[in-house]
Design a protein around this ligand. Structure first.
Ligand SMILES: [Fe+2]
Ligand SMILES: [Fe+2]
Length: 272
């Protein structure tokens, strides 16, 4: 069963570098792509304020009119008690979606903490995640989404704000046989494979809060039975670049990555 998943992050309504033109490009490109699902990995807003959330809500409603859309919060969304607006206007800060036809489980987590940029999953969510993963049939792929980066990202400056409990979550993801992790936060796209987990970070889709020679961009995953293709799409031009390919295999202990090839961010050349 084929699935076309668009993975965006760091749209940042309210940020001085946020661009309505890029939002228009993004929604037009998604409409044209007609994906099965959009995953928005956090930082909807800049300061967590109601006006920013209202704009984010309109944007997400537009996405939902195109396709199924799931959202988790980022650190900016938790500023100024912003998660109250998230819960009122956007929905739950964590979710479970089971795609029976595609044999894929998708779990979203809240890695934000009020008024700090550091990420943290926390013991409560770790236990909840383990309980949810334990329920998933062995022949299902497992995808987990949270905003902060799990491991350092090349070409993103001094390391900071990595998940405070990244060691604990990495261990849990490995032990539970998670296949794919999606995030954002650093505004720099990256793909890396860690102990059989495809860790994919989206760049910022709609701001010019960029590092070095980066460009606004987002990710696309094409799942097709036992294969997955990861593409980078540049929001300014719509140009698409394949950055990773994976093949999966079903084993007695669950679905695993069989082989892969990919480029890390420092080899992902900007395309405009
Ligand atoms: Fe951000
Ligand atoms: Fe962030």
């Amino acid at each position: 069963m084929k699935r076309n998943i668009i993975h965006i992050s760091d749209v940042h309504f309210g940020d001085p570098t946020h661009s309505d033109e890029l939002v228009y490009n993004l929604t037009s490109q998604i409409e044209e792509e007609n994906p099965d699902m959009v995953i928005f990995a956090g930082d909807l807003t800049y300061g967590g304020f109601i006006s920013e959330y209202n704009n984010a809500k309109n944007f997400i409603e537009e996405l939902k009119s195109i396709t199924e859309t799931h959202v988790v919060p980022g650190n900016h969304d938790a500023r100024n008690v912003g998660l109250e607006h998230f819960k009122n206007l956007i929905g739950d800060t964590h979710f479970v979606k089971i795609d029976k036809k595609c044999k894929l489980a998708i779990i979203g987590l809240d890695s934000s903490r009020p008024d700090i940029d550091d990420g943290n999953i926390g013991s409560f969510q770790l236990e909840w995640l383990k309980a949810e993963l334990d329920k998933i049939p062995k022949n299902f792929g497992k995808m987990v989404i949270f905003h902060h980066h799990l491991i350092p990202i090349p070409q993103s400056g001094r390391e900071r704000n990595i998940l405070l409990d990244s060691g604990d979550i990495i261990q849990l993801l490995i032990d539970e046989g998670v296949n794919i992790v999606l995030g954002g936060h650093k505004h720099v796209p990256n793909v890396v494979t860690l102990e059989g987990i495809a860790v994919i970070n989206s760049g910022t889709a709609t701001t010019r809060r960029l590092r070095g020679t980066g460009h606004p961009c987002y990710s696309q995953l094409i799942l097709n039975d036992v294969d997955m293709e990861a593409n980078l799409i540049f929001t300014e031009s719509g140009i698409k670049k394949n950055v990773a390919n994976y093949s999966f295999v079903e084993t007695d202990s669950g679905v695993k990555i069989h082989s892969y090839n990919h480029e890390a961010a420092f080899r992902i050349k900007p395309v405009i």
